[in-house]
Ligand binder design. Structure first.
Ligand code: ADP
Length: 531
């Protein structure tokens, strides 16, 4: 019956209250939980008003809610946000709730008129004579302060404070859980929004190949509702889309955190090109893990690339004849002009420019040839001898710059590899030439090579000017040169050398890589399959 305190004196009704409290503790909605705490405690202790001040995540700033309970008025009533913030700040600075928060202990006031901790702010605080006030706290944080008020002096007893403290302690745990749960839900929604905003298909798999989560692009791509996709096995996915066999193959290897694979592949059935990125994820909580698969449609990109190659092909072929014509006529004119004529100088300029253009076209044609020709002239060669030949070729350049060269080749002299020896040697020379070109006089160049597992590595390390990380993704592109206004003259080039190395190495199913620190030096490497 409202108005009748249930717990004026500790009785067996305590148990009923505690059982109600424990039920309340299962609530995971924070707001609902808070309202229940106020209602239940106010009713149980027969309070006329109750208020709860909450400490938000940032300590010191009590700007969260103040919920008021007024018996007889139908329960919870919320103050508007700015009013509650102002009130809460004042109470926490000068009032009893502030005292409780600082003391980290509950308080019972028998008569507010004889207690200096009670400061009146408005009608309700001035009409209160008895007060019960407890903190909600964890080991290292104060979460809130609950205050129960009554207009009769001596209404609350010390035993009430004890009971309310027990309730507060229990509630704190639930409040903490509800807050964590709320944050988790918030993060989950955020993740959901990110996944549905991304333009690529995303599928998260457990290690056994079961789908744990997928975005709607992936579901649409597989022509399935998202819910149906979750829980499916990788085998079922492969039956729907053979492209995912790559994922199944990768999934058969043991998990290694941080690993990732990228494949460019073509789907015959869809007539489109895709970039498949597979990375390993591992939970730090229970060590479980699996794979995150991102599938990007790169058809347009590939079409553009093909278009670019075609244009380069046309340009390089079609420019050759007019260029030959220009140089031919230049030679003819040279015969016709008289000694000392200023035209001679003009002709030389034209010839110089034409020769530069000729070299550029030759390079372009070479890149194209390497990329498109079948792997002709593959022979079994001793890898160590290839390195020795490349080093011999480059030695005059190192000597000219007084560069010291250290060679660490840990390869058996009988170790042979099936490659196009000429192009691989050129690739090595390119690395060596760059190392010398971009390293000052007297610098040091180290060459490493070793067989590791089923790969043979070749690395050239220098102590030169280095490359800024922002340029890493581009240095192997055709015509790319790291912009350096101060050293441009020192190292004239066309930006095709590394592109040629990449084309050659990828043609041999190997990979190129680079590490560098501006000002300290660079490390360029490649590996080739050893068999
Ligand atoms: P080029 O040397 O003809 O400009 P490359 O394709 O060989 O063309 O190299 C591309 C760019 O990468 C170069 O312009 C240079 O800026 C940078 N680079 C290559 N090798 C090195 C190196 N060892 N040290 C510093 N920068 C380098």
């Amino acid at each position: 019956m409202p108005g009748t305190p249930l717990l004026k004196k500790p009785t067996s009704e305590d148990l009923d209250l505690l059982s109600e409290i424990s039920q309340m503790l299962t609530l995971i909605d924070r707001e609902q939980l808070l309202e229940r705490v106020i209602e239940l405690t106010a009713e149980a202790f027969g309070a006329e008003r109750a208020s709860l001040m909450l400490n938000p995540d940032i300590p010191e700033d009590w700007e969260q809610i103040l919920i008021k309970y007024r018996r007889g008025s139908g329960g919870i009533e919320r103050m508007d946000q700015s009013q509650s913030v102002r009130f809460a700040r004042r109470v926490m600075q000068t009032g009893l709730a502030g005292w409780v928060a600082r003391a980290r202990a509950g308080a019972v006031i028998a008569d507010t008129r004889n207690d200096s901790r009670w400061v009146t702010f408005n009608d309700s605080t001035s009409s209160a004579r008895s007060v019960l006030c407890v903190p909600f706290q964890t080991a290292n944080a104060l979460i809130g302060v609950l205050t129960l008020l009554h207009s009769e002096p001596g209404y609350f007893a010390d035993s009430d404070l004890q009971t309310l403290t027990i309730i507060a302690n229990q509630t704190t745990v639930a409040l903490h859980n509800a807050t964590l749960f709320g944050r988790m839900r918030h993060k989950e929604r955020q993740l959901e929004a990110i996944l549905s905003a991304m333009p690529d298909s995303l599928i998260v798999l457990a290690h056994d190949g079961q789908v744990l989560r997928a975005n709607h692009i992936a579901a649409g791509w597989l022509d399935l509702p998202t819910d149906a996709l979750v829980g499916m096995s990788i085998d079922e996915l492969v039956r729907r889309e053979s492209l995912l066999e790559l994922v199944r193959d990768v999934g058969r290897s043991p998990l290694q955190a941080g690993q990732s694979w990228s494949f460019e592949t073509h789907s015959e059935s869809r007539g489109r090109d895709y970039l498949l990125n597979i990375s390993v994820w591992q939970s730090s909580v229970d060590g479980s893990g699996g794979y995150v698969v991102v599938i990007r449609d790169i058809t347009t990109l590939r079409d553009l690339n093909r278009f670019k190659d075609e244009m380069l092909h046309i340009a390089s072929h079609d420019l050759r004849s007019p260029l030959a014509l220009i140089t031919g006529y230049c030679s003819l004119i040279e015969f016709e002009i008289t000694e000392g004529s200023p035209i001679k100088e003009y002709l030389e300029a034209i010839e110089k420019a034409s020769n530069r253009m000729q070299r550029l076209l030759d390079d372009l044609l070479r890149v194209e040839k390497i990329r498109t020709s079948p792997m002709e002239m593959v022979e079994s060669v001793y890898f160590e001898q290839l390195i020795a030949a490349a080093l011999n070729q480059m030695r005059p350049q190192f000597d000219a710059k007084h560069q010291q060269i250290e060679v660490h080749v840990d390869i058996d002299s009988t170790f042979a590899i099936h490659v196009n020896a000429v192009t691989i040697r050129e690739a090595m020379e390119n690395y060596l030439e760059n190392a010398s070109k971009y390293t000052p006089k007297g610098g040091r160049i180290r060459v490493y090579s070793a067989v590791e597992g089923r790969r043979v590595n070749f690395v050239v390390e220098d102590t030169g000017i280095g490359i800024p990380p922002s340029a890493f993704p581009r240095v192997f592109e055709a015509f790319y040169r790291v912009p350096r206004p101060d050293t441009e003259d020192l190292a004239a080039g066309r930006g095709l050398g590394l592109h040629l190395v990449k084309a050659v190495i990828e043609r041999h199913k190997g990979e190129v890589w680079l590490e560098s620190e501006p000002g300290a030096g660079s490390k360029f490497g490649f590996w080739l399959p050893a068999n």
